[in-house]
Structure formats: structure tokens, C-alpha cells
Design a protein around this ligand. Structure first.
Ligand code: ME8
Length: 669
């Protein structure tokens, strides 16, 4: 049983055959988010990451660079460490499998298994894939190609040592069946179970003759062989606990709470590692979680395609927190994701610049203006119904987030946090403190609005911290809160009704300036052309077969036609507040908005072609400008009663909004 007061989280140890990319960053940031969350909640956390430095891949990479493998590893290791530093990874230990203590622990384990009669020598003939460093059986190999990487395989015959993995098959199936959290997500668990219940598990070759591979840990009982790289690498999860903390901590932290891995290495963890542990008579990790795979603009990332996403380029342009947020905001953890430059910029603008950044900035501006720079106490309710909703959401949020972290639901947690941000925005818009300020009697109501929003921002800072540690620090600091995120937070930090001292705020620069999709800062992906950009904002008709396409305009027709002031006066432009937004089914670009024009009238429904640029949630609560007297038209069968104004030509660059807070329905001229 894992200890409920500790949390041991690991990432795979990455091969040092090349510099790290976004895929490595993904797993490592995910582990960091969990580590930060559980530390803040008071658990004793051990977060391990590191490097897998032996084996054929590393030997080949070193040979390519013309240096000895150890020198190659020593050259690349700092590049991983430097990236983790820039990403604010808070690992407690960094293991390298060329560390002497690791090597001797691997030898000790192998000797133990050998002495127990669980390792034997045998001749093996099979189809070998050099790239994947593994043998395949006759039925696996199709057309002479490796079923995994599709590279040619060669027939090899050699003497090797084998671990009696097959004898643990039934026990492993039983363990998986009785421990629903052991392999996650569920679909991956079913995959492993499916394989283990329909095929016979063979024994595992755990050695390589030095004649074929020199770069590895020598077998303690045969100087002519080195250890198979996986049999060396997997041991890191236990060996690290022996020598990297100040004191050996195996008893304290083993079994691991979560081994985070990509889906590519689930079998090695769920089957090889589990059976090795069974043979060594040690408990199995609590959870092995296999997350999905990142592609880039729909394609596999590879050097030859030139589309490998370099995290440094993103960090240079956008900073660590925006990148960390992006990694988990869109793609459910466990599923595959596609890295798109455009989505990242859209998310930064909608969630960060217009979302949390704007909420902080408008709240603090109003505290400066209406409350003498000090977070006021709440008194007279301003909008009791909305205040009750915010309180209900905020009270249940910490529990929901904790549950989310237990099940690694990173995206759902962010969604829940952004729901609160959206609610606060709508609350400020509706309560309109700038209007209340006209009547001195309404001062207590303004104070309630500012108190409630500041309190929500306090909770948002705490809950956002694991994902965006720098932003959380800035939120707390600008709110004038003395939070120390490097130690466990008191329970009151999570409690909505905990007292909120009337602190002096300290408004700083905006957290996230908006990013122009085509600005230098947005050119973040090496060698990656941005994907096609969104379509026009204006509600254009989806082309239908029955509609003849218009001829291309002649240069003359394209010239700007002049209109009279009377023509212009016919157009009624108004401010409108977005109440709800959703995607139009089967359309990539159309969003259905409900907007309020104030004065208690029915909301208007407008269909706008802005869906590639904006996610619907980002628009709720925003004040936009619409053409209010446009004749209604149907778009994909849905009535649109107006038109949204946006900048851009064939592609939407940004919605037109208004600098000051004005009531919905205000005339724009
Ligand atoms: O497999 N999308 O190391 P490795 C998501 N040394 N995650 C990705 C990714 C992508 N496109 N590319 C890589 C090894 N990853 C072994 C592990 S552990 C005892 C030994 C991440 O350098 C993901 O976590 O090939 C994947 O499992 C890992 O990097 C593979 O790293």
C-alpha cells in the first residue's frame, strides 16, 4: 500500500540520443503539476526525473557525433536540466543511469534474480530491430520490417540471459484485475489485459553480447555481456531512492504513487517492470498512467520532417506558464493531442490575456478607484443570486480539483477554474461598479463586488499554482497576499468562507499581454508553418451546392467604394454582452452566440464565423460590437439576428471590443 502522506511521482528517464522536445516536456510538466499540488496539500513528495544513458540508441548517437558515449551523455544531460529549469520543474532528484550507485544496484538486482534461479542462459534466434533494440518473432515481422518502426529487421542468433517473465503472467493478470487504478486510463488497462489474456507471455532477454553492444552495465556473472537497456532503466525508480535523497528513502516512498509514461512505453512498464518487481518480491507501483501522443499539425514529430517542436522557442516567446497552461488546457490527459501554433495563441489570448489577466487587472483597477487600494470587506449584497452562485462554485471547487488531481484530469481542473473566472467576469459586468459609483449609497454594494471578486482571485491563485506557479505568485502578490507557495498552504487558503483581511493591493503590470497571431512572438515553432488561419468573422453563408460562387472581383471592383454619411447612418452599431456561446455542430468556424442588448430584452442570437479563432468559453462575459439592424438570415439552418464586428480580412484577427465599461445596448457611432 502506498503511504497516504507521501507522494512519489516519476517521469520516464529520457534517452540522451537527442535534445528534449515538447513530448518530453509534456510528461515532465505533468509530473511537476502533480508534485506541486500534493506538496501544497502537505504531502511529503518525491519527484524523480532523469536520463536513460545506456543502450544502442545512445551508443549510435555518440558514434554519430564522433565522441565516446559517456562524453556524449555528459554533453547532453545539461540540456535536459536547463530545459527543466526554464519550465520551472521542481524535481527532487535527477537520476542518470551512468551514476555509479545506480549501476551497482542494477548488478545487485540481477545477481539476486540469478541466485534465485530466475535468470537462465539460452540460445536465441530471432528477427532483430536495431532501432528498437528488440527481437521480434516470425509472426510479428511483416515483409521483413519491424512492426513498430517499419525499419528492416535482421535475423540474429546469440546466447543471451533470460528472465523468467512468463511465469508471472497469471499473477500479473490477477493484479491488474484486482487493482483498477494500476493501469490507467481505462482504455490502456483494457489493452494490456487484452494482450495478457489472449497471448502467452514469453521470457525476456535481459542481456546483450558485448560483441554487439558495449555501452551498458556489465552482467555481474558474465563479463562478456551487458544488461539490456530496459532492465537497467526501469530499476531507476527504486535505485534513485537508495542514493539520491539525503538518506535512503525506499521504505518511505516505495511503491511509487504514479509512474507517468507515454503510451509508447506502457508495455515495458506494465509488464516488464511489474514482473521484475514480483520476482524481486517488492510491491508494485500504485498507478502507471500512460498519456497520449503529441503530433504537430496532424503529423508525427520527427527530425526528418523538420517539425520537432523545440520548447525553448516557445519559452523565449511566451514564457513558461503560458506553455504549461497550453499543454493541459485543450487535450484530455490520456488522449493524443495535436500541437498547433494557432490554438496556442488563441488560448493565450482568450484564457490568459482576456481571462485571468483581465479579471485581475479590472478588479485591481476598481479597488484602486473605489476602495482606496485596499480589498474592502463585504457588506450589502450587490447581486445576491450571482453571489450565491459564485460562493457555491467556489466552495465546491477545491474538492473537485483534488478529485481531478487524483484521477489526473488536468484539463477538467482547468475548465473548472476557468468557469469561476467566467462567472466573476459576468458578475462584474452585471453589477457594474462604475455605475453604482454614481450613487454614494451604493458604496457598500461596490465593496461587496470587489471583495467577492478578490476572494475568488485568491482561490484561483491557489488552485492555479500547480499549473502556473509564476502566475499564482504574481496573483497573490498583486492582491497583497502573503502566500508562501514553497510550503504547504493552510486549509484556510482553500476555504471560501475563511476570513479575508483587508489587505492593501499592489497592482503590477498586466499578467499576459495579448499576442498578435502573426507577431514575432507567435513564431514559436521551429520550421513549422502556421496552419491555415480562421475564416472571416462576419457570418458568411456556408457554401452550398445550390449557390453559385461569385466571380473573383476585378481590380476595379476590389477598390474601396465610398458611401455617404446617410448610408453609414443606416447602420445601427451597438455594444452587446455575450451571455452564452457554443459551436454550431458540424461547422469548424461558426459559433452561435446569445448576446444581451440590455434593458431586460430577450437575448439576441447571432451566428458568427469566429470559431477557428475563439473557443466559445472565452467569449462569455465579453462586450462586443454588433450590427443590430441587419436583416435576419439563416446560417446552416440557424437564425442569425445581427452581425459581429471583427478585424481581419479573409481571416479573423480579433473581435472588436470597447475600451471602457459601457452598458450593453449602447449605441456605437
Ligand atoms: O522511452 N508525445 O525514452 P524516450 C508525448 N528511455 N510524449 C512524448 C512524445 C510525444 N510525441 N515523445 C516523447 C524512453 N514523449 C526510455 C524510457 S523509462 C524507465 C525509460 C515522452 O526518450 C513520453 O513520456 O524515448 C514518452 O514515453 C517518453 O517521452 C519517451 O522518451
Amino acid at each position: 500500500m502506498s503511504n497516504p502522506n507521501t507522494f512519489y511521482i516519476t517521469t520516464p528517464i529520457y534517452y540522451v540520443n537527442d535534445v528534449p522536445h515538447i513530448g518530453h516536456a509534456y510528461t515532465t510538466v505533468a509530473a511537476d503539476v502533480l508534485a506541486r499540488y500534493w506538496r501544497l496539500r502537505g504531502r511529503d513528495v518525491f519527484f524523480l526525473t532523469g536520463l536513460d544513458e545506456h543502450g544502442q540508441k545512445v551508443q549510435q548517437a555518440a558514434a554519430k557525433s564522433g565522441i565516446d558515449p559517456q562524453a556524449h551523455c555528459d554533453k547532453l544531460a545539461p540540456q535536459f536540466q536547463a530545459l527543466w529549469k526554464r519550465l520551472n520543474i521542481s524535481h527532487d532528484a535527477f537520476i542518470r543511469t551512468t551514476d555509479l550507485p545506480h549501476k551497482s544496484i542494477v548488478q545487485q538486482y540481477i545477481q539476486e534474480l540469478f541466485d534465485l534461479g530466475l535468470i537462465y542462459k539460452a540460445k536465441y534466434t530471432g528477427w532483430y530491430c536495431t532501432f528498437d533494440e528488440r527481437f521480434w518473432t516470425e509472426k510479428d515481422v511483416l515483409g521483413g520490417l519491424c512492426p513498430d518502426c517499419a525499419r528492416p529487421v535482421e535475423q540474429l542468433s546469440e546466447h543471451n540471459y533470460f528472465f523468467k517473465m512468463g511465469q508471472y503472467q497469471a499473477r500479473l493478470v490477477d493484479h491488474i484485475k484486482h487493482h483498477p487504478d494500476f493501469i490507467r486510463p481505462e482504455s490502456r488497462r483494457n489493452e494490456v489485459l487484452g494482450f495478457l489474456t489472449t497471448q502467452t507471455l514469453g521470457d525476456l532477454s535481459i542481456s546483450r553480447p558485448k560483441s554487439r553492444l558495449k555501452w551498458g552495465i556489465e552482467l555481474p556473472f558474465d563479463k562478456d555481456c551487458v544488461t539490456y537497456v530496459w532492465f537497467d532503466a526501469l530499476v531507476n525508480y527504486v535505485s534513485a531512492l537508495e542514493y539520491l535523497p539525503q538518506q535512503p528513502s525506499v521504505d518511505q516512498f516505495w511503491p511509487a504513487s504514479v509512474h507517468l509514461v507515454g503510451k509508447d512505453i506502457l508495455t515495458t512498464h506494465a509488464v516488464y517492470w511489474s514482473t521484475m518487481l514480483m520476482a524481486l518480491n517488492r510491491p508494485l507501483p500504485h498507478t502507471i498512467f500512460a498519456h497520449g501522443w503529441w503530433t504537430v499539425d496532424g503529423e508525427k514529430m520527427s527530425k526528418s520532417r523538420g517539425n520537432v517542436v523545440d520548447p525553448h522557442t516557445i519559452l523565449d516567446a511566451l514564457g513558461a506558464d503560458a506553455f504549461r497552461h497550453f499543454l493541459f488546457r485543450e487535450v484530455p490527459f490520456g488522449q493524443d493531442g495535436d500541437f498547433s501554433h494557432a490554438t496556442m495563441i488563441t488560448l493565450i489570448n482568450s484564457d490568459l490575456a482576456n481571462g485571468v489577466g483581465n479579471l485581475l487587472s479590472r478588479t485591481l483597477t476598481m479597488i484602486e478607484r473605489f476602495a482606496n487600494h485596499t480589498i474592502p470587506a463585504a457588506s450589502t449584497p450587490a447581486l445576491p443570486a450571482l453571489e450565491a452562485t459564485i460562493a457555491a462554485v467556489a466552495i465546491s471547487l477545491p474538492g473537485k480539483i483534488e478529485q481531478g488531481f487524483r484521477s489526473l484530469a488536468f484539463r477538467e481542473n482547468l475548465q473548472a477554474i476557468w468557469e469561476l473566472i467566467g462567472l466573476c467576469d459576468a458578475y462584474i459586468d452585471k453589477a457594474a461598479p462604475w455605475k453604482l459609483a454614481k450613487n454614494p449609497e451604493d458604496q457598500p454594494r461596490i465593496h461587496t463586488v470587489l471583495h467577492t471578486t478578490a476572494k475568488a482571485l485568491r482561490l484561483i491563485a491557489v488552485l492555479l499554482y500547480p499549473y502556473m506557479p509564476q502566475t499564482a505568485g504574481q496573483l497573490a502578490q498583486q492582491l497583497g497576499l502573503a502566500f508562501n507557495f514553497s510550503a504547504p498552504l493552510p486549509q484556510t487558503a482553500y476555504e471560501w468562507n475563511a476570513p479575508f483581511p483587508e489587505t492593501k493591493i499592489c497592482k503590477g503590470p498586466s499578467l499576459f499581454p495579448r499576442i498578435e497571431p502573426h507577431s514575432q512572438g507567435a513564431k514559436t515553432v521551429s520550421d513549422t508553418a502556421p496552419p491555415p488561419q480562421p475564416t472571416a468573422a462576419l457570418p458568411t453563408m456556408e457554401p452550398s451546392a445550390a449557390m453559385p460562387s461569385a466571380p473573383s472581383p476585378t481590380p476595379q471592383a476590389a477598390a474601396i467604394a465610398q458611401i455617404t454619411i446617410d448610408d453609414f447612418m443606416k447602420i445601427q452599431l451597438k455594444t452587446a454582452k455575450v451571455i452564452s456561446a457554443e459551436r454550431v455542430p458540424k461547422s469548424e468556424k461558426l459559433l452561435k452566440l446569445h448576446v444581451s442588448l440590455g434593458e431586460g430584452g430577450e437575448p439576441r442570437q447571432i451566428v458568427a464565423g469566429i470559431g477557428k479563432k475563439y473557443v466559445p468559453e472565452a467569449l462569455v462575459g465579453k462586450t462586443i460590437i454588433i450590427v443590430a439592424n441587419l436583416k435576419p438570415a439563416k446560417l446552416m439552418g440557424i437564425e442569425s439576428q445581427g452581425m459581429v464586428l471583427a478585424a481581419g480580412d479573409s481571416e479573423v484577427r480579433g473581435l472588436v471590443t470597447i475600451l471602457e465599461e459601457v452598458d450593453p445596448g449602447t449605441k456605437v457611432k
